[in-house]
Design a protein around this ligand. Structure first.
Ligand code: PRP
Length: 208
């Protein structure tokens, strides 16, 4: 049976393609992709789609992708019904709370506003610290929010720390580590267990 795999565009795309290549999948089409959206493996009965992180989870949820390769940041933001089976150990970064140096949100009473692309993660984290904050959803370049004064701090992912540094923000707290994970649609795992295990074993041998 054929399997389909949703891959995340952007930040982790190159590293994931490298792992697929090392694991001996036929990813020539993915390497020369142009504007195509669906790619056939040239060695195995596998189709790949390249989509935005959130969409990989949606496709797995609806069973049109059997497998997705996606960051833990996206999975933490939308805890849904799939199996998370493997940590690829790449795309490593952290969820952090950051702000301008003079703002001390943890020792300040009063109304605190936090900007983030990740409202669920943000709410949960501040709830766990017993703080009731207002969360403002921002789609990108979240570092701008405290600079423009729309929020007191941000919750975002930090990889090298360069974006924070270049915009004069500092880390106030680390929330958790993030890396790239493999998730599987629950029914696919039963119906296509041979094909899915074959895929996972090839990847496992390569990342060991
Ligand atoms: C992410 C994140 C930070 C930056 C962190 O944004 O939101 O802005 O990367 O990386 P660094 O610590 O290595 O500087 P991304 O590039 O994915 O784009 P976005 O801000 O438009 O979401």
């Amino acid at each position: 049976m054929s399997i389909s795999i949703a891959l995340t565009k952007g930040r982790i795309e190159k590293e994931v393609i490298k792992i697929l290549e090392k694991s001996n999948f036929g990813i020539d089409e993915l390497k020369n992709k142009g504007r195509k959206l669906v790619f056939n493996d040239t060695k195995e009965d596998i189709k790949y789609f390249l989509v935005k992180a959130n969409d990989t989870v949606t496709y797995v949820e609806h069973g049109v992708a059997d497998i997705a390769i996606v960051g833990k940041d996206t999975l933490l933001e939308r805890e849904e019904d799939y199996y998370e089976v493997l940590d690829l150990g790449l795309g490593k970064c952290k969820f952090i709370v950051a702000a301008l140096p003079d703002s001390n949100i943890f020792n300040n009473g009063g109304h605190i506003k936090i900007a983030s692309k990740y409202p669920t993660v943000t709410k949960k984290y501040f709830q766990s610290r017993g703080m009731d904050v207002e969360v403002i959803k921002i789609e990108g370049s979240v570092e701008l929010a405290p600079i423009l004064g729309i929020s007191n701090a941000i919750v975002d992912i930090m990889e090298t720390g360069t974006t924070l540094k270049e915009n004069g923000l500092i880390v106030l707290a680390e929330i958790c580590d993030i890396s790239t994970r493999v998730i599987i649609n629950k029914s696919s795992f039963k119906l296509k267990s041979n094909e899915i295990n074959r895929f996972l074993n090839k990847i496992r041998r390569c990342i060991k």
